[in-house]
Design a protein around this ligand. Structure first.
Ligand code: NAD
Length: 254
């Protein structure tokens, strides 16, 4: 379904040079939004994405406050803000590298706060805005060895609820989308190594390792997350705010 409902809206999607963020950027563009891309990548690949989406790319390391501020200044006023950039590190708490902890909290949580802080004045003036945060099943539940990620994603869910309350009378909504395992190159690329390391078939790796917690035994598709982001931008979604929308194949229903 494509009805160009977002013509005249500028959408900034962080972490939109790959994976889920790119799918969200494509979905918003297909509804007519002007898209601003952010994220790392090869210059040629980023140029190709800009051409495909008639988009601007604004560089910036979002694990640093100066990078976020440069992004927001370069993007200009945004009507739709998708805080999606994120990273993971897996280690027991007592061995967790402290610099990884700092970077994950900075990128997965503090960057969202800073982007919101800088985007909200325009949204309030316009009387319309949409903040969509890519959280995770790990904003609702935990897994061992992912302390920084789980802490940051729970924090992002709490930030989102606070934003929803503060912005409720301004025509601005704030919501989380919380995927389980999403079929991105990042996930796909780890299958061959895991097959070898565990002497398993591709199907065993997918079902018994990757999708062990996902009752549907199916990956979420990046485009599904994009479609949900578009829905949250519709006028029919004006009363959906402060929500944490699970797209996890039933993971957090257990
Ligand atoms: P990805 O690695 O494919 O994309 C991450 C994006 O963030 C890229 O565009 C990358 O360049 C950008 N990025 C990374 N570090 C950055 C930095 N310091 N500054 C600026 N940009 C930076 O990952 P993905 O799977 O698409 O994940 C996107 C979001 O979805 C993340 O917040 C992740 O936690 C969340 N998520 C992913 C899954 C999954 O299974 N893939 C599940 C739940 C939630």
């Amino acid at each position: 379904m494509c009805s160009m409902i977002l013509v005249g809206k500028r959408a900034l999607v962080t972490g939109s040079t790959s994976g889920i963020g790119l799918a969200i950027a494509r979905a918003l563009k297909s509804e007519g939004a002007e898209v601003v891309l952010s994220g790392f990548g090869e210059a040629e690949a980023i140029a190709a994405l800009c051409a495909e989406l008639s988009a601007r790319h604004v560089p910036g390391d979002l694990s640093r406050r100066e990078g976020v501020e440069a992004l927001m200044a370069g993007a200009g006023p945004v009507d739709i803000l998708v805080n999606n950039a994120g990273m993971q590190h897996v280690a027991p708490v007592e061995e967790f590298p402290v610099d990884k902890w700092d970077t994950i909290i900075a990128l997965n949580l503090t960057a969202a706060f800073d982007c919101c802080r800088l985007a909200i004045p325009h949204m309030k003036r316009a009387g319309w805005g949409r903040i969509v945060n890519t959280a995770s099943a790990h904003s609702l539940t935990a897994s061992p060895f992912k302390s920084a990620y789980v802490a940051a994603k729970h924090g992002l869910a709490g930030l989102t609820k606070t934003l929803a309350l503060e912005l409720a009378t301004h025509g601005v909504t704030a919501n989380c989308i919380s995927p389980g395992y999403v079929w991105t190159p990042l996930v796909e690329n780890q299958i061959p190594d895991t097959m070898q390391a565990r002497k398993m078939t591709r199907e065993q790796v997918i079902n018994d390792i990757l999708l062990a917690k996902q009752p549907t035994k199916r990956f979420v598709q990046p485009g599904d997350v994009g479609a949900m982001a578009v829905f949250l931008c519709r006028e029919e979604a004006a009363n959906i705010t402060g929500a944490n929308i699970s797209m996890d194949g039933g993971w957090t229903a257990e």
